[in-house]
Design a binder for this molecule. Structure first.
Ligand SMILES: C[S@@+](CC[C@H](N)C(=O)[O-])C[C@H]1O[C@@H](n2cnc3c(N)ncnc32)[C@H](O)[C@@H]1O
Length: 160
C-alpha cells in the first residue's frame, strides 16, 4: 500500500510475545510492542528477543508525540470487551500519534454482528480516518448461533 522505505517506525498494540515485531525487524522496520504481563512474563519475553517492550494498557495515553508514527497495528486485542467510551478514546489517541498519511491496521476486531453497524462503523467514521480496506466475516469458535463477527480494517490518517 505504501512506497518502499516509507514505513519505518511503528507500534503494535497488545502484541503478545512480540512475534509481529520480530518478523518486521527482518524487514528493517522498528516496532515497539505494548503488552501486559497477564498470566505470564510477556514484557520480559519481548525484551529478551531484543525487541522494544512497553508495559502499557489500552486505557493509557500512548507515550508518543503527535504525528510521529508511520503505522499502528493491533490484532486480537481492541474488541468489544473494551467499554465504548474507552475504545473511542484509544482510537483518537492512535489517530493523534500517527503522522499524516500514516496507517492504522486494526486486525481481527471481534464483536456481535449487531454491534458492527450500530456501534463500530459510526465510531470509526467519527475519528476521521480514511478507509482503505475493510473486511468482515463470521467468528465461528463459539458457534454460529452467537452471531459473532470479526472485522479487519486498514485506515489512513488524512493529510488535513
Ligand atoms: C490475545 S493476545 C493477542 C496477541 C497478538 N496480538 C496476537 O494476535 O497474537 C492479547 C494481547 O493484549 C494484551 N492485553 C490484554 N489486556 C490488555 C490491556 N488491558 N491493555 C493492553 N494490552 C492488553 C495482552 O497482554 C496480549 O499481549
Amino acid at each position: 500500500m505504501k512506497p518502499g522505505g516509507t514505513i519505518r517506525i511503528r507500534l503494535d498494540i497488545g502484541g503478545g510475545s512480540g512475534t509481529f515485531a520480530a518478523r518486521m525487524r527482518e524487514r528493517n522496520v522498528t516496532i515497539g510492542t505494548t503488552s501486559m504481563n497477564l498470566d505470564g512474563p510477556f514484557n520480559s519475553f519481548i525484551a529478551s528477543r531484543g525487541l522494544i517492550s512497553m508495559h502499557v494498557s489500552v486505557s493509557q495515553r500512548l507515550p508518543f508525540f503527535e504525528n510521529t508514527l508511520d503505522i499502528v497495528h493491533s490484532m486480537h486485542v481492541l474488541s468489544n470487551w473494551i467499554p465504548d467510551a474507552m475504545l473511542e478514546f484509544t482510537l483518537y489517541d492512535i489517530y493523534r500519534v500517527l503522522r499524516p498519511r500514516g496507517l492504522f491496521w486494526l486486525d481481527h476486531f471481534f464483536c456481535l454482528g449487531s454491534q458492527l453497524n450500530e456501534t463500530y462503523v459510526p465510531m470509526m467514521d467519527r475519528i476521521g480516518f480514511k478507509k482503505l480496506r475493510w473486511n468482515a466475516g463470521m467468528k465461528l469458535d463459539h458457534g454460529i448461533q452467537k452471531n459473532e463477527c470479526y472485522f479487519s480494517v486498514l485506515l489512513e490518517k488524512p493529510m488535513t
